[in-house]
Design a binder for this molecule. Structure first.
Ligand code: SF4
Length: 448
């Protein structure tokens, strides 16, 4: 499409200036494509123009979406109407907030993405293993704002990533809602020195609101530590700088091999760039953010790498004083996840002895981890309002992430309901609670 020159009697609105998304026309020119991190959605241009005509009396023939030579997308209105530029922008923002959520996808997984808001749930985001806040009876709260992952690790305990065989959609939680839930849980716990740990079923750094979330979590005076678990895919110097500036305490970085070929195999991606990850690890260790490398030790696959990873950590992370710098993980098999064929898990006794051998041989400290090394301690858990075998009338609020799963709420808790016949937003379903651990709830529908 050739660019139409600006005429004197036209109004140009640069859409990138009015909305915090990258915004483009798709190749057909029929849709606006809005992207923020892994969140992407489309809106039909004709629908927008039609609404402008109806609401603001601007003839469709006088409006056009157009890329400028510098790549910006503008809305050009010829013969500007009597309405103000503010009215045009305000209507555009209304249309985006109403329409965008209907078409969102997670660009990592190519699955539909549901933007989860407090209006959809009607209470704090507690009870799900996928999203929200999880309290396991310590001062560490797991804070989960997004599902989905760009990697395809063959050992993924939760079967995440683009090749997942079980997950049919992803969630992204409104960042204010996530932090409000955290503040609610912190208040109920009534203790100081909380660690807000961003982890999840997926990659927390894929969250487009990551920096804002860390900033907001740190605004709670009870927060002592903010930490993020990551596979490193989204790391870059600017992100590290931004996270440092909002006071992130620690990054737990998965580094599973020092060999480029094996790293790709373990990430399940041919474009995994080990060299870049190592540079990022060094960059973090030179920032105010603490770094702990968390390799998964898979017997027979990366035995030789463990020694190399410990040496690398000793080399780059000499200044770290607050936390251990290595958190080597023992490979375990999982019923619900992906397992590497023929590889058996070691007992923890064997695993810990091997770590002690490394400590002696390489002069590494604290390879056998203890909670106190991370300033962790036991606490009371928040109220647990649903008992096993209790029958409740729950309201369906979200489609689940697996086939026939539904997420419903009762007594201010989310419940994962398996084998549900249909998802019908807002309708009620009678459920028997079948599992309840750490305020994460599972139930089964029962017939009337
Ligand atoms: S990085 Fe983690 S969540 Fe992602 S595929 Fe690998 S193991 Fe699974």
């Amino acid at each position: 499409m050739s660019e139409i020159p600006l005429k004197q009697n036209s109004l140009d609105i640069n859409l990138a200036d009015v909305i915090p998304y990258t915004i483009n026309l798709d190749t057909s020119g029929d849709f606006l494509v809005l992207t923020r991190g892994v969140m992407q959605g489309k809106i039909q241009t004709d629908s927008i123009l039609l609404e402008f005509e109806q609401e603001l009396n601007i003839p469709i023939a006088d409006m056009l979406f157009q890329h400028t030579k510098t790549g910006n997308l503008i809305l050009r209105i010829y013969n500007p109407p009597v309405v103000s530029e503010e009215d045009v922008i305000s209507l555009f923002l209304d249309i985006v907030s109403r329409e965008l959520s209907l078409s969102l996808v997670n660009t990592d997984t190519k699955k539909p993405l549901i933007y989860v808001t407090p209006e959809m749930i009607g209470g704090p985001l507690i009870g799900s293993m996928y999203i929200g806040v999880i309290d396991r009876g310590t001062n560490l709260l797991q804070v989960r704002g997004i599902t989905g992952c760009p990697l395809n690790c063959p050992f993924c305990s939760v079967d995440e990533g683009p090749t997942t065989k079980t997950k049919v959609l992803d969630y992204l939680v409104d960042p204010d809602y996530l932090v409000d839930t955290y503040n609610h849980v912190v208040k109920e716990k009534g203790i100081d020195k909380i660690e807000a740990h961003l982890d999840g079923q997926g990659e927390p750094m894929a969250n487009p609101y990551l920096v804002d979330i860390i900033q907001l979590l740190n605004e709670n005076p009870k927060t002592n530590i903010t930490s993020v678990q990551t596979n490193g895919w989204y790391l870059n110097e600017k992100l590290v700088d931004d996270l440092e500036s909002v006071g992130l305490s620690r990054i737990n970085l998965s580094l599973n091999s020092m060999q480029p070929k094996l790293s790709k195999k373990l990430a399940g991606r041919g474009d995994y760039n080990l060299e870049f990850l190592l540079e990022m690890a060094e960059y973090i260790s030179n920032s105010k953010i603490s770094l702990i490398l968390t390799p998964l030790w898979i017997p027979e696959w990366n035995d030789e790498d463990m020694e190399e990873i410990i040496k690398f950590s000793l080399k780059i992370n000499k200044k770290e004083e607050r936390y251990p710098t290595l958190g080597i993980q023992n490979y375990l098999t999982h019923n619900q996840g992906r397992n590497i064929k023929g590889i058996k898990a070691k007992t923890f006794a064997v695993f810990n002895n091997q770590l002690r051998d490394f400590e002696k041989k390489l002069g590494a400290k604290d390879l056998v981890l203890k909670p106190h090394m991370f300033e962790m301690f036991k606490t009371e858990m928040i109220t647990n309002p649903l008992k096993i075998n209790e029958v409740v009338l729950a309201e369906m609020v979200l489609p689940g992430r697996t086939e026939n799963e539904v997420i419903a709420t009762a007594k201010n808790r989310l419940i994962h309901i398996a084998d549900s016949k249909a998802y019908n937003y807002g309708s009620k379903i009678k459920v028997r609670i079948t599992r309840n651990r750490h305020n994460i709830f599972f139930g089964k529908p029962i017939k009337n």
